[in-house]
Design a protein around this ligand. Structure first.
Ligand code: ZN
Length: 285
């Protein structure tokens, strides 16, 4: 785990400054067992984009909702009867895990058991991107739908291991010092990418890659309106820095399953912490 990754670090040099939660990807982890997701098994929904959030459940695309989507079965959102402030959302094997600057992965070197390599059009750094199986399958369907709607996406990054984050973060410490590193890179064990449930997307034009203006590209705009139909939410939204701990990242999507993603989108809730009734995480402890 201490092996230097000079290629990765060299690549990082060109991407400074804009990726608080999203320091760039590296090639697929050599340690991960890979289970290919069959691209043929996806029933790419080509229904038109729907802007109305009134239904909220994303049920139109739930035919393959994985059994593992075992988030609270009868409750959604904050103010539920289930006690979850302390005990919930900390199991990294569950798709409702919440990782932020106050909630490291437990264990910190967690490694997902079911990584897959979805068949997605890759942007720079995105070749071989891995996600957990349910997120991988959902991403394939989402990409197909976006392309059908004229907003083709690329994938830039998905799962990143603890070891990758160690070397990435240390690189930024070496360059910018610890305070500077914290502005552009998650500390090891605190990156949502380590869950295997997060992916960074780009627009096929390549414009505004990992920049705030990605929100205005066709893919960025499509994702903001439609990602919930496939179980993804835009994790770091504008005006939520004091809750999420990160500046807006319209390219960073997080898989939480169609039920919760639909409910969160439908209610207009902008932060996963708020949706699940968890404390804000503006910074590390
Ligand atoms: Zn990201």
């Amino acid at each position: 785990m201490n092996a230097a990754k000079p290629v990765l670090l060299a690549a990082l040099l060109g991407l400074a400054g804009l990726m608080a939660g999203c320091t760039p990807a590296e090639p697929p982890s050599p340690g991960g067992s890979t289970t290919a997701v069959s691209p043929g098994g996806t029933a790419s929904p080509s229904s038109p984009a729907r802007e109305s959030p009134s239904q909220g459940t994303g049920s139109a695309t739930t035919t393959s909702e994985p059994a593992e989507t075992s988030a609270p079965a009868t409750t959604k959102g904050p103010e539920t009867e289930e006690p979850r402030a302390q005990g919930g959302h900390d199991d990294p094997a569950r798709i409702d895990v919440v990782v932020n600057k106050q909630r490291p992965l437990q264990p910190r070197d967690y490694f997902p058991a079911d990584l897959a390599t979805p068949a997605l059009t890759a942007g720079p750094g995105g070749d071989g991107t891995q996600l957990r199986a349910a997120a991988a399958e959902a991403a394939e369907r989402m990409f197909a739908a976006a392309a059908a709607d004229g907003a083709p996406m690329t994938v830039l990054s998905g799962f990143r291991s603890y070891e990758t984050q160690v070397s990435t973060y240390q690189h930024w410490v070496d360059v910018n010092g610890k305070a500077g590193a914290d502005r552009v890179s998650a500390r090891p064990g605190f990156s949502e990418h380590q869950t295997g449930l997060s992916l960074d997307i780009g627009d096929s034009s390549g414009s505004c890659r990992l920049e705030a203006c990605f929100a205005d590209t066709p893919a960025g705009a499509w994702a903001a309106r439609n990602a919930h139909r496939f179980g993804f939410v835009v994790r770091y939204q504008p005006g939520q820095e004091s809750v999420t701990g990160y500046s807006p990242e319209p390219w960073h999507l997080r898989y939480i399953g169609t039920r919760d993603a639909g409910a969160m989108f439908g209610s207009g809730t902008k932060a996963l912490e708020t949706y699940y009734g968890l404390p804000p995480a503006p910074d590390y402890r």
